[in-house]
Design a protein around this ligand. Structure first.
Ligand code: FAD
Ligand code: SF4
Length: 839
């Protein structure tokens, strides 16, 4: 025993500390939450707190690991309590230290660093670990897990998995387990470009949460992500001597693979409890006050707990447990009792909304079962009603009614006679009324355990914006699937007095400045790279992954060739200058100015398509030729063989000018639309912009090039004149452009087009297409600034545009000189190409 182990610690003021000693084993979601609840009840006055966590970090949101794996979040962003939180609250954290044993009689905790820590009250929150089911070949002869086999539980697991998936020669992964975790892992690995198969022993995916019909719809949605699914299938062995080379399946052919992720369930971490003589069945047995059975001073909370025979594997029950535990430990409400949780799961699994509660299907003959299925949209809804009470529901792909249904399930709300109204807004309360009717205790955010009451409290306490209430309560900061509901509750609680969120005006979320202020700071400080902008202007200099692309685009626009390019600030399409497709291959669209090509170009394209076995050659909507199904590692060679410049089919940039044949050939033509289109394209090729820019030039008002629905559309009219339209669209959004000006000659078209684009580049929000920008600022304003030069900035806009035009470099030149070693690294599965169908 270390000297002084028995001594009471000194208080923060330096005197002998008279507080009781609270020791918490496990620094995961439940342990840290229990401590937060204790602190909220004045626990810092009562206890000196010591925590042990065998992960060498502060406390993080485990739920978000799926987002980290898929690259949506960086691992730095998922910390709930950083190390400074422990310091600020006077908590001693032994991070990276494992508690090995408890002496319940002497009241000591023995830990892996040789320390002996006395306690007056102990909380065990050791959570669970991944379960590796018995199968051959999981371990090396030395007894360690075979390289290439992963569990999916911790930040370290996630980092290792991501690093392994990115290694050049790793192309295919098998995920064992088709539950929540397995599907999340599969979707994450898919985003690295790996081929992925999910092997699930159940008859359908997520068999613990839904019935076979819902499972079938989910399967379609998962397969649409390019993930293979094998159900009713067991893995019997992991193949490979020193590292994974495949898996064997019972009754089916082996699958070759480079990595295996085991997501086949979890097992509570109870070794410490067993070793210390605590009552353990499936997990540590606790009573309704979360006290360990037959113990006075030991509590347990979270996934390591068995309460009334139940062991939970989701966070919502942990929050409820933490509240009751804190009430007892601090003595604030010794009458409070945890009576178990009804788990309504509301999740986003691999991008698909899933909500599930109670029964999956009818069990009694008298049960009513209402089912709606629309597999092509990935929507499935099933509701089970017994004795006019809702006893189960599964919602896939559309969880808008989930708040009402959860209430109906939890509290036995009266059901509409028209049962369809349970699924759609017919007779049941609409979303607004639904919010008003929600019970105070109704859990709005499952990830962070935030109830309607908490949100209302935040609003009443002065948080008058949605993001303010989210920050104060953490609602919506987990998987994000509740954000809509959070907004509705906040709006309802504020009774229409919701303040505009200042962050809504930021150009990018990570830097608290609007675009003009940001540009002014960048100029004033001479910033030239994305990292320099973060360093100088982000709070605490913190980098924010979601802000990088917008900043990169802005800097490039402002600085041209003075911009210092950092590749991690780019999206995959911009890193490899090609458009990533659903199956992980890329599509290559060479430049074809104005839609005009030549015999030589066509021959070259045909030769390239033949040489590289291009599975699909397709004409695009912008009059170009698209070669689809190119592997990432083949891109440089394809570009070299084509020897044509990039057509920018992938970028947030100027893309193409569609033209009609115009007056040389067409009987109606009044202007040389082809020539003007080519000139415009030559001038503005590759120009960086807040969103993509598609242009067109038509030779007469018949508009065969569809100029009225382009970002900039030019139409020849009688008398050799040209009309310029801006802000048109014909994609997901349809809008006829507004007439900016009618001019006399093609050169004027080029000047005004350039000036408009430069103004748009400087003023528009990140990702704001012209169809939103033009109505926002107003065509009269645009006309005044761009045509009439009312602000005296026309000359500056023209110069800035000219500077950008002058700094143009064809990105496909990088074929000879990759920017990073991995830029064109292999990223495809070993499965047979093409996966893009050949027609
Ligand atoms: C990838 C992923 C996605 C998930 N998604 C969702 C979701 O969408 N919704 C949902 O509700 N739930 C989800 N979950 C489950 C959720 O994360 C858990 O329910 C929750 O983390 C359990 O909290 P806990 O504190 O009991 O355990 P944990 O968070 O695992 O914490 C236990 C901690 O104790 C440590 N520990 C164990 N033994 C010792 C010891 N002897 N000494 C010191 N430290 C020890 C462990 O290393 C761990 O850090 C997900 C889980 C994962 C892994
Ligand atoms: S827009 Fe007019 S000029 Fe151009 S092809 Fe159509 S009809 Fe002919």
């Amino acid at each position: 025993m270390q000297a002084g182990a028995q001594a009471r610690p000194r208080s923060r003021s330096g005197g002998r500390d008279s507080r009781r000693r609270l020791v918490v084993i496990g620094n995961g979601m439940a342990g840290a939450r229990a401590v937060e609840e204790i602190l909220a009840r004045g626990g810092a006055e009562q206890f000196s707190i010591t925590m042990f966590g065998d992960e060498p970090y502060g406390n993080y949101n485990r739920i978000m690991l799926s987002h980290v794996l898929s690259g949506e979040e960086s691992d730095a962003d998922i910390f709930l309590n950083p190390l400074s939180w422990y310091q600020d609250n006077g908590i001693t954290l032994h991070a990276g230290v494992r508690a090995d044993r408890i002496d319940r009689f002497a009241k000591h905790v023995f830990s892996s660093d040789g320390r002996v820590t006395p306690y007056d009250t102990l909380i065990i929150a050791t959570g669970s670990r991944s379960h590796l089911p018995p199968m051959d070949g999981l371990y090396t002869p030395g007894g360690s897990v075979k390289p290439g086999v992963f569990g999916f539980r911790t930040i370290d697991d996630t980092r290792k998995m991501a690093a392994y998936a990115q290694q050049e020669h790793h192309r295919h992964a098998v995920v064992i387990g088709g539950g929540l975790l397995g599907l999340e892992a599969a979707a994450g690995l898919r985003s690295f470009g790996l081929g992925v198969d999910v092997v699930h022993s159940g008859g359908h995916l997520m068999s613990a949460q839904m019935g076979p019909d819902g499972g079938a719809v989910l399967r379609r949605s998962v397969e649409a992500l390019g993930i293979g699914v094998l159900t009713g299938c067991r893995t019997t062995a992991v193949l490979g001597r020193d590292r994974v080379t495949g898996v064997s399946l019972r009754g089916r052919p082996d699958i070759g693979c480079d990595m295996v992720v085991v997501a086949a369930g979890i097992r509570p971490n109870v070794d410490l409890a067993v070793l210390s003589g605590l009552p353990v069945e499936r997990a540590i047995v606790v009573d309704d006050s979360l006290r360990v059975q037959d113990e006075d001073d030991i509590y347990a909370v979270g996934e390591c707990v068995q309460h009334r025979g139940e062991v939970y594997g989701l966070v919502a029950p942990l929050w409820e447990q933490a509240v009751v535990l804190a009430n007892h430990v601090t003595g604030t409400d010794t009458g409070s009792a945890y009576l178990g949780s009804r788990t309504a799961t509301k999740l986003k699994v691999a991008g698909v909304e899933v909500a599930s509660m109670g029964l999956h299907g009818p069990e009694l003959e008298t049960d009513e079962h209402i089912v709606f299925s629309e597999p092509s949209r990935g929507v499935f809804k099933s509701i089970v009603v017994r004795d006019n009470k809702m006893v189960g529901a599964t919602l896939l792909g559309d969880s808008r009614k989930v708040a009402y249904l959860t209430q109906a399930f939890d509290r036995g709300l009266p059901l509409p006679e028209e049962r369809l109204g349970l699924m759609f807004d017919l007779g049941t309360p609409g979303e607004e009324t639904g919010v008003a009717e929600l019970d105070d205790e109704a859990q709005v955010c499952n990830c962070n355990g935030v109830s309607k009451k908490d949100l209302v409290g935040a609003v009443k306490g002065g948080c008058s914006s949605v993001s303010g209430a989210m920050d104060a309560t953490r609602a919506g900061k987990g998987c994000g699937s509740c954000k809509l509901l959070v907004r509705q509750v906040v709006e309802w609680a504020a009774d229409g007095a919701v303040e505009e969120d200042p962050a809504a005006a930021y150009y990018v979320p990570g830097v608290p400045l609007d675009k003009q202020a940001l540009m002014a700071e960048i100029r004033a400080r001479g910033l030239r790279s994305v990292s320099a902008v973060f360093q100088a202007l982000a709070p605490g200099g913190a980098e924010d992954a979601k802000s990088k692309m917008g900043l990169a685009s802005l800097l490039k626009m402002m600085l041209g060739d003075r911009y210092i390019d950092e590749r991690d600030a780019r999206f995959i399409n911009d890193r490899v200058h090609a458009n990533i497709q659903r199956d992980g291959t890329f599509s290559v669209v060479p430049q074809m100015k104005g839609g005009v090509t030549s015999v030589q170009q066509l021959r070259r394209i045909a030769d390239v398509a033949e040489k590289h076995n291009v599975p699909l050659i397709k004409l695009t909507g912008g009059q170009r030729i698209d070669l689809l199904g190119i592997r990432k590692e083949d891109l440089p060679q394809v570009w070299a063989d084509l020897d044509m410049p990039s057509g920018y089919a992938y970028g947030k940039s100027f893309r193409t000018v569609k033209t009609c044949v115009g007056k040389d050939f067409c009987r109606y033509g009044t202007g040389d639309s082809t020539k003007l289109g080519i000139e415009i394209e030559s001038r503005f090729q590759g120009l960086e912009a807040p969103a993509k820019l598609k242009l067109a030039v038509s030779g007469c008002p018949r508009n065969c090039a569809e100029s009225l629905v382009k970002d900039v559309g030019v139409v020849a009219v009688e008398g050799g004149r040209w009309e310029i339209y801006v802000g048109g669209a014909a994609g997901a959004h349809i809008r006829k452009g507004d007439l900016l000006a009618t001019v006399d000659d093609p050169d004027e078209v080029k000047v005004l087009t350039g000036r408009f684009m430069q103004y748009y580049r400087e003023q528009a929000n990140w990702l704001e297409r012209t169809y939103a920008f033009v109505p926002r600022v107003g065509i009269e304003h645009l006309r005044a600034v761009i045509v009439e030069d009312s602000e005296g900035i026309a000359g500056r806009l023209d110069e800035a545009m000219q500077a950008s035009v002058d700094s143009y470099v064809d990105p496909w030149r990088e074929r000879d000189d990759p920017q990073t070693p991995g830029q064109f690294r292999t990223s495809l599965p070993l499965t047979v190409l093409p996966q893009v169908p050949v027609r």
